[in-house]
Write a protein that binds this ligand. Structure first.
Ligand code: MOS
Length: 733
């Protein structure tokens, strides 16, 4: 099915099942420990040996020699794979650095070997006996220093945009801001580490793995191993969080496959937490310069956003300026991405890549500008709203209810009680402040396929290689099929995460919810046609209600239609150019109240509210969970998360959850999430968009702005830790 014109009324609009806040259908399996994650396939693969990954101890250079003899003689060791015996390996389309080093080493903890043994302990004991001699080379690990050598990158998207005459517009503006902000390197730090079990059979590989994108992973595994893609099967039914860290084939998956081939038996590999931070990808640090010029009445006339980030050679920039192209009005505009070569571990996508760090900077700048103008920051944002793409006047947003999000949020949060003068509100030892930020994340649609089968008993089974990374995919897919087929939710079974199923959009870029259910919609349309035809009913007028199909006054139960054999519908939802004709984005507003300890400058978030406009909400309960999770991650970005770079040796020093802090329950107060009642007929027949990344965009700045309102201290370098505040706090008597 091709989606080329805006959706009209369709069976989803009944909202009998879709749009209901039903519990996650995978919930009971997860809470009872019966959901089998990638590393827990001992019933399916009882004879798996254990692989332990050896990471490089230099950041850049060459392997001069590897001596595996001592390790090989260690008890229980079955095989050791290094670049010297791995055979010819390719590199995946989505990988920048190779997954197995040799002879070059491209980054710290790049895998140099996998040691396979009978038990995990034996593999771990043998791993340090692998003696690797390196010839170290000088690398660049300091973004600040590499900034001057940064270049305009080659990206799929435009690295630079210019409209009007920014220099002249800015020079002529009566009120100006020119400020620079920094965001640090961040780690996905998902709960479940990267894990895979590999088994070979007749030259065919089966890989149970924790991966967001089954199709990308299958193709890249085949490409890396140099075998036909038909010989690779990926299975990934449950995933304990990904946040972009599991979008791509990673080292543990390749090393499980290589280890299993060498040991001639199945092998399981789990990256230990301490290796994950440097071995896998991370969100790169940014330096962002923002200039805003406005009239005295508060209309933005000129806006420029430039960002610098680094990556390994051949890598990509953090697209931190993309929201600035679309969020606020203004005639004279400039955005530019700059990419420096850094020899740190590979930089790549992390939840809301681009907008998440971009909004952390832009939305402090907007707060600073509002203050210069002596305007309320909510009003300043509303005044600079735009109804069409500011870079392409006339090109409309499919939906843009940004102002409504701001207004409703301000009302609900009690924004009018905020004291605009910073440092004035006390509650015992706490200085109290309120902060606001816009939320913005683009909406992307991706081709997605599914297969839907009417079983003989009248129930329906959905199969698609879509993944559920903790987001609720199982549930919204079941809701979609139930709505389309006129069945209760219990009569729908959903099977996900298997490369033998039709290729879906996968879980990424907050496109998974809308795109994968749209694929299920397309397959259900096919199935409805096949069922009506089998029942001898008019396909065009057939309705599916209460477990039966009816048309022309006749009604036939689905179980009866399927008596002659199961019926299958399979299709792909593809998209025309509606996303070019209309700008599709999601909007919101974040409100935060913080307390800052007047003596220690310890920051505590006291209240949070998000108001989101993101198309139809397919399941308000799982959508809310996505947003509160994202808000929590936003607090982490504001106050805690910081991969500390050793600038001499080129690695992330705090590579575990003791040193890399993320919020815990005690850090997070009451959170409220409001969804505007909205449908977006331009996005898909589901009329839905994404929320999983919208929820993080702007949170960090809302926290930063609240801290400023509480203390009068403006911190432009994340995370906002107490040491940065303490040195700037006014001395108290
Ligand atoms: Mo997302 S960073 O595309 O998993």
């Amino acid at each position: 099915m091709k989606f080329t014109t805006p959706a009209t009324t369709n069976p989803i609009d009944q909202l009998k099942v879709v749009g209901q806040p039903v519990d996650r259908i995978d919930g009971p399996f997860k809470t009872t420990g019966t959901a089998r994650y990638a590393y827990e396939q001992h019933e399916t693969v009882p004879d798996a040996a254990y692989g332990y990954v050896v990471g490089a101890t230099i950041a850049k250079g060459r392997i001069a020699s590897i001596d595996v003899e001592a390790a090989r003689r260690s008890p229980g060791v079955l095989a050791i794979v290094t670049y010297q015996n791995a055979g010819q390996l390719g590199k995946g389309k989505y990988n920048t650095a190779k997954l197995l080093a040799g002879p070059e080493v491209e980054h710290y903890h790049q895998a140099v070997a996998v040691v396979v043994a009978q038990t995990f302990e034996q593999a771990r004991a043998a791993a340090p006996l692998v003696k690797v001699r390196y010839v170290e080379q000088k690398g660049e690990y300091d973004l600040e220093r590499a900034k001057k050598s940064a270049r305009l990158p080659k990206t799929d998207d435009k690295p630079e945009t210019k409209h009007g005459n920014f220099a002249a517009g800015f020079a002529g503006a009566p009120v100006k801001l020119d400020a620079t902000y920094t965001t640090p390197d961040q780690s996905h730090a998902m709960m479940e580490p990267h894990a895979s079990v590999a088994a070979w059979n007749d030259g065919k590989l089966t890989l149970w793995t924790s991966n967001q994108m089954i199709h990308w992973g299958t193709q890249d595994m085949a490409k890396t191993l140099g075998i036909p893609v038909e010989n690779v099967r990926l299975i990934s039914p449950y995933i304990g969080g990904g946040f972009g860290g599991k979008l791509f084939l990673r080292a543990e998956a390749l090393l499980a496959a290589l280890g299993a081939r060498a040991a001639q038996r199945p092998v399981k590999v789990n990256l230990t937490r301490a290796v994950m931070f440097n071995n896998t990808t991370h969100r790169p640090a940014t330096i962002q310069r923002i200039r805003i010029g406005a009239t005295r009445e508060g209309r933005i006339t000129a806006i420029a956003h430039e960002s610098w980030s680094g990556d390994l050679p051949g890598g990509q920039p953090e697209t931190a300026v993309q929201q600035t192209r679309l969020l606020y009005a203004g005639e004279h505009r400039l955005t530019r991405l700059n990419l420096a070569v850094l020899d740190l571990p590979e930089a790549n996508a992390m939840r809301a890549p681009g907008e998440a760090p971009g909004m952390m900077a832009l939305e402090i700048a907007i707060d600073e500008m509002a203050e210069k103008l002596k305007m309320d920051p909510v009003t300043f944002r509303i005044v600079n709203d735009t109804t069409s793409d500011p870079e392409k006047p006339g090109r409309k947003f499919s939906q843009r209810r940004f102002v409504e999000c701001m207004r409703q949020g301000a009302e609900r949060f009690g924004w009018n009680k905020r004291n605009a003068q910073p440092g004035q509100v006390r509650d015992g030892r706490w200085l109290v402040g309120l902060g606001v930020a816009s939320a913005f994340r683009n909406n992307m649609v991706m081709k997605s396929a599914a297969r839907v089968r009417l079983e003989r008993n009248g129930s329906v089974t959905v199969e698609t290689d879509m993944t559920d990374i903790g987001t609720g995919s199982y549930t919204i897919i079941a809701q979609t099929a139930a709505e389309m087929m006129g069945l209760p939710l219990e009569r729908v079974a959903v099977k996900l995460g298997d490369s033998t199923f039709p290729v879906s959009a996968g879980s990424g870029g907050q496109w998974g919810g809308n795109s994968s259910t749209a694929g299920v919609y397309a397959a259900c349309v096919k199935l409805r046609e096949a069922i009506a035809a089998r029942a001898g009913l008019d396909v065009a007028t057939a309705e599916f209600v209460d477990g039966a199909v009816r048309a022309g006054g006749r009604s036939v139960p689905l179980a009866q239609v399927a008596q002659g054999g199961e019926i299958v519908g399979e299709d792909t939802m593809e998209y025309g150019d509606l996303d070019k004709k209309f700008q599709q984005s999601t909007f919101g507003a974040h409100f935060v109240e913080v307390g800052v300890d007047v003596d220690t400058c310890e920051v505590r978030v006291r209240r949070m509210l998000a108001v989101c406009a993101a198309g139809r909400i397919l399941n308000p309960k799982s959508a809310r969970s996505q947003v509160i999770g994202a808000m929590t991650m936003g607090v982490g970005a504001a106050l805690m998360e910081d991969l500390v770079v050793d600038k001499r040796r080129g690695f992330f020093v705090n590579h575990d959850l003791a040193g890399y802090e993320v919020p815990v329950h005690a850090d997070i107060p009451h959170q409220e999430v409001v969804f505007l009642d909205e449908t977006d007929p331009v996005s898909s027949p589901m009329k839905a968009k994404g929320v999983g990344e919208l929820g993080i965009c702007g949170v960090g700045a809302a926290v930063a702005n609240a801290i400023y309102n509480a203390t009068g201290v403006r911190i432009r370098d994340y995370p906002i830790t107490l040491d940065k505040l303490l040195s700037k706090m006014p001395l108290r008597a």
